[in-house]
Design a protein around this ligand. Structure first.
Ligand SMILES: *Cc1c(COP(=O)(O)O)cnc(C)c1O
Length: 411
């Protein structure tokens, strides 16, 4: 074994690895010190040996880091590992998940273009499509993502890009990524899938026919509620020619410190997501038979409207649940205020269980009509199930049910 083989991943060996091994050993490039844990290059700039080397770096004749907004070894390490995990040719990391969504769209479209998006989107994604893109002369169309006929109608004219989320935030609608991608490609569009709810562990949109995957790495990838970050994954030529000039020049760069935290997060990603998912399945089943719970939405349950589609395109059902309590907003607030372990927080994918009331927080701005169209009832609660003991979580949720009873919303 040569010295350098210890410092880098051998591609022949790595080709046989499964996800859990890739999350730890994928695409390693060590410094000459041979460190085991990835080095943190917390630096904004890089020095050159000579003015000639600096000049050659800027013309592209020499390969050298220039400035962390353009590239950084720790951020590169995360990008390589994420691309390897996703099965993507290339990855660009961004300052936040919204940085990933906005850059993927804004780098791709120009005035006069058309963007089609599923209506069921994260609040800020919805704002970008509804408000920001039209401001730059981009026509945008929302469709009811679950109805393939409405996609067909939307694709009756040439389209530059499609944005969708599956499962969607907060009501966990599952969309047919293959069928939508096929139709989008016929209309000339690239398909961007926000894969946060499924996580890279359970859904591979590129294998299903999508062109681009975006993540808020803030969620399961960090997974411990510490730092913000995002990622855009896709074909190498599209990343290099379309996305990188945009992110580098507009300043949408991930901090090397955050990248390093994310690299540590990846080492336990599948363990955490699997454990959270086991908890979520147990909690969803308990909620479904609890008094005062009007309905439960979890893609792993047979009563989820797109359960069969979820079985087809996901290898696991994730850590998020949506449920509706009796008593509307009053019932939801009473339920949330009674919890002692589950925190009231609009983040998700954290080791700690977090619950939020979408109608008054994440989806407050879209207004009551749009919420009704998306099925976000005033009594709806989104629960991100964490790593606690599921029996303790169920005891905690029973406090919420007791609060519904004491107000006469459950018997
Ligand atoms: C959180 C989230 C985002 C935004 O990510 P940030 O890191 O908060 O900017 C985008 N899409 C979905 C589905 C999310 O849950």
């Amino acid at each position: 074994m040569t010295d350098t083989s210890i410092k880098t991943t051998s591609p022949e060996v790595a080709a046989t690895w499964r996800a859990a091994t890739r999350l730890i050993h994928g695409e390693v490039e060590r410094t000459p010190y041979g460190e085991t844990s990835e080095a943190l290059f917390l630096t904004s700039g890089f020095a050159y040996d000579s003015a000639e080397q600096a000049a050659a770096t800027f013309t592209g004749e020499a390969v050298h880091y220039q400035y962390t907004r353009f590239g950084n070894p720790t951020v590169d390490a995360l990008q390589r590992r994420l691309a390897d995990l996703e099965g993507a040719e290339a990855c660009v990391c961004t300052a936040t998940g919204m940085g990933a969504v906005s850059s993927a769209l804004l780098a791709q479209v120009k005035a006069g273009d058309r963007v089609v998006a599923s209506r069921a989107l994260f609040g800020s994604c919805h704002w970008i499509v509804a408000n920001l893109l039209p401001q730059y002369g981009v026509e945008t169309v929302f469709v009811d993502g679950g109805d393939l006929k409405t996609w067909d109608e939307a694709f009756s004219r040439p389209t530059a890009a499609v944005l969708l989320e599956s499962p969607s935030n907060p009501m966990l609608d599952v969309l047919d990524i293959s069928a939508i991608s096929e139709r989008a490609h016929a209309a000339g569009a690239i398909v961007i899938v926000d894969n946060v709810f499924a996580s890279p562990v359970y859904q591979k949109p590129l294998e299903l026919g999508a062109d681009v995957v975006v993540y808020s790495c803030t969620k399961h990838i960090d997974g411990q509620g510490r730092v913000l970050g995002g990622a855009i994954l896709g074909r190498k030529d599209w990343i290099n020619d379309t996305v990188l000039p945009f992110t580098r020049n507009t300043g949408n760069a991930l901090s090397p410190f955050n990248a390093w935290v994310m690299l540590k997060g990846l080492e336990t990603l599948n363990l955490r997501v699997d454990a959270m998912t086991r908890n979520a399945a147990a909690v969803a089943d308990w909620l479904a038979s609890a008094p005062g719970i009007v309905s439960v939405r979890y893609p792993g349950r047979r009563d989820h409207p797109q359960h069969e589609l979820a079985v087809r395109q996901m290898s696991g059902f994730g850590s998020l649940i949506a449920f509706e309590v009796a008593g509307g907003q009053e019932g939801a607030f009473a339920f949330l205020n009674a919890l002692r372990i589950v925190l009231i927080s609009n983040n998700l994918g954290d080791a700690r269980s977090l619950a939020t009331h979408p109608a008054t927080t994440t989806h407050m701005k879209i207004g009551p009509e749009e919420r009704a169209r998306l099925g976000i009832a005033d009594g709806a609660i989104r629960l991100s199930v964490g790593l606690e003991d599921s029996a303790d979580l169920i005891d905690d949720l029973a406090r919420g049910v007791a609060a519904l009873k004491s107000r006469g919303f459950a018997h």
